[in-house]
Design a protein around this ligand. Structure first.
Ligand code: GTP
Ligand code: MG
Ligand code: ZN
Length: 327
């Protein structure tokens, strides 16, 4: 019987589609032939083939096959830096949650998640939460507004408040008939949004006042049913995605990619070259300089590592120095 994983952790749960029922799952044989560079056996969203085993008090789904995913959101494995960990499979879109008050999210981190989403086949959508708590300090608010304006022409952007319910209907409408995931810093309100959308009360973490950062409260990755055929995943807050493997990441910066086609030289690095259309767009204000900076940082990080790695057998690859994606 076919189903998909809705909870990952010590006791995985699987949603059996034919029966529209959630069951406890056992992993019988779960090698991922499709993704040998991953340390993940199973991730939320994975489609699996299972057999229902009748037990004394409840039925158990015994998984004997994991289907290759169509989309994937991955991060670097913390224990094995040359390998990936799949955060979720087969989802349609990533809601990148940012708090307009605190904790703050560096622009570089937002960009890294958009790149991870697009390179994995998912659509990134930005969600600015805690709209009820807009900063009163003018300079702080002006900075936040400029970040929101920078993304509006590039991605879909929503401004919401889990606390007051502001624009949460729009958020729900965006999820219709899709599988989505909330990603972002710890404490930005991912679980609070799940509560508003599903009515499921998860323990929400308080933000520790000393650091201004949220405590790591969500531990398991879970897909929740929002309404018929709409699911949303709540996962632990991410501190870093680690190294992102991709060819030239410019393809995942849609506005830079489009502009770069008009640069005078096809190998333009959008640095000092004459006739650089990307630079021209920055000068005339149609592209934000911070996005080019983000791209260049990511490219510098990827290129030497990625190509060095590819030319070496895996067992000889040295562990990589960790990068945080934060500056
Ligand atoms: N004022 C205000 N507070 C909010 C809002 N959304 C969430 N919070 C608060 O922010 C804190 C963190 O919320 P969580 O939902 O636990 O954050 P999270 O993103 O799930 O955090 P992790 O599970 O650690 O990744 C809680 O104290 C929430 O009550 C909002 O829209 N407005
Ligand atoms: Mg949470
Ligand atoms: Zn250029």
């Amino acid at each position: 019987m076919k189903g998909f994983i809705v909870r990952n952790g010590p006791t995985p749960l699987v949603y059996i589609e034919d029966q529209q029922k959630i069951m406890k799952a056992w992993l019988k044989k779960t090698h991922r032939t499709s993704h040998e560079k991953s340390v993940t056996c199973i991730a939320i969203g994975d489609y699996v083939e299972c057999e229902i085993q009748e037990q004394a008090n409840e039925d158990i789904a015994v998984i004997h096959e994991v289907y290759p995913p169509t989309t994937m959101i991955v991060r670097e494995s913390i224990r094995y830096p040359n390998r990936n960990k799949i955060i979720a499979s087969n989802l349609d879109q990533v809601f990148i949650v940012v708090a307009v008050s605190h904790p703050t999210t560096p622009v570089g981190m937002i960009d890294r998640i958009t790149v991870a989403a697009l390179s994995g086949g998912l659509v990134p959508i930005l969600v600015f939460n805690k709209w009820d708590e807009k900063p009163t300090d003018q300079a702080v608010w002006a900075e936040m507004e400029s970040i929101i304006r920078m993304y509006q022409p590039v991605f879909k952007v929503l401004t919401v408040s889990a606390k007051s319910g502001y624009h949460t209907d729009e958020l729900k409408a965006c999820m219709r008939l899709k599988k989505s995931i909330f990603m972002g810093n710890s404490g930005v309100g991912k679980s609070a949004l799940v509560k508003v959308l599903t009515g499921i009360d998860l323990r929400l973490g308080e933000i520790s006042t000393s650091s201004g950062k949220g405590k790591h409260t969500t531990r398991d990755s879970v897909l929740y049913l929002v309404e018929d055929n709409s699911w949303v995943a709540d996962v632990p807050g991410i501190k870093q995605l680690g190294f992102i493997q991709t060819d030239d990441p410019i393809q995942y910066f849609p506005e830079l990619y489009k502009a770069s086609a008009k640069c005078k030289f096809s190998n333009c690095k959008h640095d000092q070259e004459p006739g650089c259309y990307v630079k021209e767009c920055i000068t005339n204000g149609t592209i934000d300089a911070r996005r080019l900076e983000s791209y260049q940082k990511l490219k510098d990080e990827i290129e030497p590592e990625y190509f060095k790695e590819r030319s070496m057998p895996e067992e000889k690859r040295p562990p990589r120095a960790r990068s945080t994606g934060r500056k």
